[in-house]
Ligand binder design. Structure first.
Ligand SMILES: [Zn+2]
Length: 459
């Protein structure tokens, strides 16, 4: 009996190994097809050329929604549709800043998303300059009364993008921290690793218990200019003028298309990027790249003569920068969530991808283990530690228990461009985009063709 059981066990693991190998073979074919010229770059070229900047709630975002539906339909996806929700749209108006004393000159700035406007005549006040965010936090309450607070801490360049995560509070929380200490406006050095004079915008988050003050990002060059002026010890006066308005209950959409599963169509893998972008550039790297990589990967899978067992669903999320799309998606799909077996978002640029993290436990499964060999020619390795997040648009699903996969694009140069007027198509290397698409297509196919219960193995 024991020998028979052992024999059956050996046969089963042999079958599992053969199954894993047949999955890896198709994944390798998808990889090579993507490397030879994936659908991603033409999708990105189309989006940036035909739509351009597309902030959530703007008329351009409505055109982007129509573009997304038409594109997914033309690419041959099934179940193409838009899922509406609403956002508070923030609309930038004219902006200007200048040093009025002691050395008058103009400053390159961009208002932060969500910032309140200054009074029509602008704000003119003395600045208090902090070289680090910690210095601002150490300033006593009331010490900035009537002043413009300026933080000039530089961002650290990293391959992982961790430098951005580390300095993010300077932009998101800085305005309220300054307001708590009495400041009447807030400027900070752009969260940027660039050496040019373009400011980088991004959303702020006002704390409910602090006054809302106008806030803007200085270009790196202008932050350093203020550092030099401050070193002279004389009071510095700045005039700041920011105009903007908000549109409550503006329409937004998550755009969906599917490669329907051949055996278990109700088991779904959700992948995507965000369709909205900031206004100064055309949103090529943030996040046209993620939209085109995941759509391109899903297209390659959809074109297979035999679809994988599970459904691959691509989602173009409609409001990441100012928030709302991920929450809307999770709320709408909460009853389906047990059937969403895996989720992943591409939102850190065109790549190339250099590593991937699986959900906890997945590395030990034959199908995912076999992927290490498929990814090796792409110079992608599989990390030993499990994925802890993937992108803010799938966080809502993650909170509801959906496991995530995290592909890491090389972010070394991403923050030179991110959220600035320089975020345009010419910065994207089509070869990097194809490599990223290859990695996504290979991995998502493997997950969709396998019967791995990513939730169960994580326990
Ligand atoms: Zn993004």
């Amino acid at each position: 009996m024991r020998t028979r059981l052992a024999a059956v066990g050996a046969l089963l693991s042999l079958t599992a190994a053969a199954h894993a190998q047949s999955i890896a073979d198709v994944s390798a074919q998808l990889r090579d097809k993507a490397l030879a010229g994936s659908p991603a770059f033409p999708i990105l070229e189309s989006l940036t050329t035909e739509i351009g900047p597309r902030p959530a709630g703007s008329p351009a975002q409505k055109r982007a929604m129509e573009w997304g539906l038409a594109k997914l339909t033309a690419l041959g996806f099934q179940n193409v549709h838009a899922e509406p929700f609403t956002v508070t749209a923030w609309v930038r108006g004219p902006e200007a800043a200048e040093v009025v004393a002691p050395f008058p000159q103009k400053l390159a700035i961009l208002g932060l998303g969500g910032s309140v406007p200054t009074p029509k005549e602008g704000i003119e006040a003395e600045i208090v300059l902090f070289h680090t965010y910690a210095d601002l936090l150490a300033a006593p309450v009331g010490s900035l009364a009537g002043k413009i607070a300026v933080v000039t801490q530089p961002m650290v360049r990293t391959q992982t993008g961790e430098g951005y995560g580390a300095i993010n509070p300077v932009r998101t929380s800085g305005p309220s921290e300054a307001a708590r200490r009495g400041a009447i406006a807030y400027l900070h050095r752009s969260l940027s690793t660039a050496e040019n004079r373009l400011p980088h915008t991004g959303a702020l988050r006002y704390a409910p218990d602090a006054p809302k003050i106008p806030a803007a990002a200085l270009s790196v060059a202008d932050a350093e200019l203020l550092d030099h002026m401050a070193a002279r010890g004389q009071p510095i006066r700045i005039r700041l003028s920011l105009d903007s308005h908000t549109v409550p209950n503006a329409p937004a959409w998550n755009i969906v298309g599917e490669a329907t599963g051949r055996e278990k169509p109700d088991e779904v893998i959700v992948i995507g990027g965000h369709l909205d972008s900031w206004d100064p550039g055309t949103g090529a790297i943030d996040d046209g790249a993620g939209v085109s990589i995941t759509t391109g990967a899903a297209k390659l899978i959809n074109d297979l003569p035999r679809h994988p067992r599970r459904t691959v669903r691509v989602v173009m999320f409609g409001s990441e920068e100012m928030g709302g799309a991920g929450e809307a998606y999770a709320a709408r799909h909460k009853d389906e969530v047990a059937k969403i077996v895996l989720a992943g978002e591409s939102d850190e640029g065109p790549g190339p991808v250099w590593s991937v993290q699986y959900p906890k436990g997945a590395l030990a499964t034959p199908a995912m283990k076999a992927m290490s060999g498929v990814l090796a020619p792409l110079k992608v390795y599989v990390g030993f530690t499990p994925a802890t997040n993937s992108g803010s648009d799938v966080e809502g699903l993650q909170i509801l228990g959906v496991p995530v996969i995290d592909l890491h694009p090389d972010a070394t140069r991403y923050f030179d461009i991110h959220h600035s007027a320089d975020d345009t198509l010419d910065k994207v290397d089509p070869k990097a985009l194809d490599q990223s698409t290859a990695a996504w297509a290979a991995l998502i196919y493997a997950a969709a063709e396998s019967d791995i219960d990513f939730r169960a193995i994580a326990k």
